[in-house]
Design a protein around this ligand. Structure first.
Ligand code: PMP
Length: 422
């Protein structure tokens, strides 16, 4: 019996998060036993060059010795106390230093919790109920946000989930990502009813779609005019596309920021923070309730702190960006030689591959028009060659600091072989 069928006896669909089940590409998922640097290894110790990186957190590469040591040392002191610890302050201080828009920050245990709490806070702060999000953006699976969401839900063609009350969904207005005129229209009609805009400043859950010039600026402007709270969901982009996240890259100051993934260095961590006057509305300072038994867990904080400290290495982001560019250019060149229509987007160590003539891909409808069947064949071909890509045509890929030029060359060589079979 395969590990997957064994798992499926006890776990719904054999997985604890849907996209892992390979439904988007067919076949059975690879079970991972261990990982080191740029590679993950299955139960037979077959290695794969990994471009998923646990869906973003592993920017240093897997099992970085400094991070592992920090976790081991911390774990030996006790796993959880449910009382404040010094290391929580150290992480919070780091976050505030790296992202100056964050004046106060609260730790949680997942990206979903971070966005859910930020939305509640924005509603509590403004006294308004309606929220704005964008089609193809994913902000975790809380009720208000599981409305035409991307990511796993998109892969399955279930844009909204049963179990979300329609009264909740009715409070969520979903607009087209990168459509500036539509945002302006909505806010001129009903801006004073809107509690917040939540946005992925670079969309990473409909593959990888950067903002068009003026899009984020427009969001900032309409929020300033209407009093709505601007929330940048930087769960994926935070510490990823630049040390200070997309807000540093594009020089836009959101009112609130949600974080996850890298901030926990591979441990279950999320965070939300921002303007002091808004954050002061959170309990125990204010009336908006939010809490967590394991929030700020010391072992998780140790992984996060060690990871954030290592981002300060010289040329850290420049190197990842250069490797990503090398990969994208190599793949495009190989696709061209094979006569395959391939379009790519990338921002620093975050990338998207699209089987389409459209270049660049900027809108949700363009993402949806890509050749998913061809992606599936590409995915399995690459897996067979020892390259582990995200098992869905709608997910961004990630490089880490551990990916070497030789890894990139090996990946391009594998793609050459696979393109010839498509
Ligand atoms: N926001 C964004 C932008 C994400 O990419 C994700 C997860 N991929 C989430 C929120 C939810 O985070 P988590 O899976 O940790 O709940």
């Amino acid at each position: 019996m395969s590990l997957f069928s064994d798992a499926s006896r006890f776990i719904p669909g054999g997985v604890n998060s849907p996209v892992r089940a390979f439904r988007g590409v067919g076949g059975e998922p690879v079970f991972i036993e261990r990982a080191a640097g740029a590679r993950i290894f299955d139960q037979n110790d077959r290695g794969y060059i990994d471009y998923v990186g646990s869906w973003g957190p592993m920017i240093l590469g897997h099992a970085h010795p400094t991070v592992i040591r920090a976790v081991q040392e911390r774990a030996a002191l006790g796993l959880s106390f449910g009382a404040p610890t010094r290391i929580e302050t150290q992480v919070a201080q780091r976050i505030c230093e790296i992202m100056p828009s964050i004046e106060l920050v609260r730790m949680v245990s997942s990206g979903t919790e971070a966005t859910m709490s930020a939305i509640r806070l924005a509603r509590g702060f403004t006294g308004r109920d309606k929220i704005v999000k964008f089609e193809g953006c994913y902000h975790g699976h809380s009720d208000s946000l599981l409305v035409k969401a991307g990511s796993g839900a998109l892969t399955f063609g279930v844009p909204t989930s049963p179990g979300v009350p329609k009264e909740f969904a009715a409070q969520t207005i979903t607009l087209n990502y990168n459509d500036i005129a539509q945002v302006q229209q909505l806010f001129s009609d009903s801006g004073n009813e809107i509690a917040c805009i939540i946005v992925e400043p670079i969309a990473g859950n409909m593959n990888c779609v950067p903002p068009v010039p003026g899009f984020l600026e427009t969001l900032r402007a309409v929020c300033d005019q209407s009093g709505a709270v601007l929330i940048f969901d930087e769960v994926m982009t935070g510490f990823r596309v630049a040390r200070g996240g997309a807000q540093a890259l594009y020089n836009i100051r959101p009112d609130l920021t949600t974080l996850g993934k890298i901030v926990g260095g591979g441990m279950p961590v999320g965070a939300f923070g921002g303007r002091r006057d808004i954050m002061e509305k959170i309990a125990p300072l204010g009336p908006v309730y939010q809490a967590g038994t394991l929030s700020g867990n010391p072992v998780a904080m140790a992984a996060g702190l060690a990871t954030l400290e290592l981002l300060d290495q010289p040329q850290f982001y420049e190197q990842i960006a250069a490797r990503t560019t090398q990969l994208m250019e190599g793949l495009q060149h190989a696709a061209k030689l094979a006569g395959i229509a391939l379009s790519t987007n990338h921002v620093c160590g975050m990338f998207g591959l699209f089987f389409t003539d459209q270049s660049p891909v900027r809108y949700f409808r363009e993402v949806m028009a890509c050749d998913v069947e061809r992606f599936k064949r590409f995915f399995h071909g690459m897996l067979n060659e020892g390259i582990y890509l995200a098992p869905s045509a709608f997910e961004a890929g990630f490089l880490s600091a551990a990916h070497t030029p030789a890894d990139i060359d090996a990946t391009i060589a594998a793609a050459k072989k696979v393109f010839a079979t498509l």
